[in-house]
Design a protein around this ligand. Sequence first.
Ligand code: CTP
Length: 471
Amino acid sequence: MSHSKALQNSIFTTIGEVADELQMPCYVIGGYVRDYLLQRGNAKDIDIVAVGSGIKLAKAVAAQLIDSSEVKVFKNFGTAMLKHHSLEVEFVGARKESYQRDSRKPIVENGSLEDDQKRRDFTINALAISLNKNTFGELIDPFNGITDLKDKTIRTPLEPGITYSDDPLRMLRAIRFATQLDFTIETASLQAITSHANRLKIISNERVVDEIHKILLSSQPSKGFKLLYNTGLLKLILPELIALKGIEEVEGQRHKDNFWHTLEVVDNIAKTTNNLWLRWAALLHDIGKAPTKRFDKKIGWTFHAHEFVGSKMVYKIFKRLKMPLNEKMKFVQKMVLMSSRPIILSEDHVTDSAVRRLVFDAGEHIEDLMTLCEADITTKNPKKQKRYKNNFKIVREKIIEVEERDRIRNFQPPVSGEEIMKVFNLKPCREIGLIKDAIKEAILEGEIPNNYEAAYNYMLTKGKQMGLTHA
Ligand code: CTP
């Protein structure tokens, strides 16, 4: 069967023609072919493998194309890359490789196409389609990748132990692909991952995090986290999550298993948002529960201040994993810190002032916080489920109502410090802050509306009470 339909972009014909001139067999391979066969939409990256010099082919192709970037050559890896419109095309010569233990640097020798295919990670990523004119569109599949695609199986072309020790990142890739594509990792592979798990230590944090991001962005991230847990990889990456596992019972009182609960929350949030950092917040929202867990004879299990402890742990985790310590991290911290606020609110009678305070503290992230809290409802009791959901609906309605009236979300003090100084003829001093705070409190409490006139009058009254004189 010809797969020339995969090759409709004219760049494939050009590459094939140039390769023919150089008398080089050449193929498109890897993710592009896999995603075409799975009908997963247009890939942006194309991997080309040539039986010969990939760098030479890349340069010759670039010379033929009108709209291509300069060829970037990575001599150490024997690869070259060019950009053509929105496509990134990477060229490599077919290789036979053996890896040195404890290093990801391979010893490279030229090889045949099959040598190259067998050193790839999975059979579904080793499928190649020929680009040379005589064989254009022919699929080369020596490891039954097509069958594995149909059976939804992740399998390595070689004995799994070899494939994973050649490059331990592949252990995470296996789990990531299984999660993204909803595939099953064959048993031998799973066993090899479990026994090689410790080798993950030689992989850089950046690459590990990249895979975790992809798992988190899948439609059912719990699948990946369960696999990470079962294979022993999770304890190397996020031991804080493992610490949430288990149910303790004292005097007949149990608490829920916060590990499995967390995974449910992550799956829930995956249904409502694609925001990676909000998904991270869901993953980490309860991490403070392990270090704060106590049993109190009167109240039972408590996790006092777990949100605060958890938000501090977010920083440590991001730092350890070399993730950005910027506003993204601060956002995750804020979500974790505030993760119980709407819940407490929804359990009670919802007052306007409580809603105003919530909106004031959450600011522009109020919607995200509500999304997180709604995902946090994992009760299996349909009555409770309905009640909680309904309460959140009421909170959301109140937020809109209060926001329309009071515009708290991006709160700006209606009277500035400078104006207070001018009115009372003050030099910079503590009183200015006190008055500003009193105005803010009065607005949040609903004593005065959030506008200039009301705030100005309130300032005058407050100032008088403090013994200040109008200038
Ligand atoms: N590959 C491999 N081992 C790795 C990484 C990549 O064997 N550790 C091979 C696979 O054949 C893979 C190809 O290189 O298909 C390209 O890798 P990459 O671009 O990272 O992944 P894709 O398969 O294209 O998938 P995605 O873009 O979803 O990451």
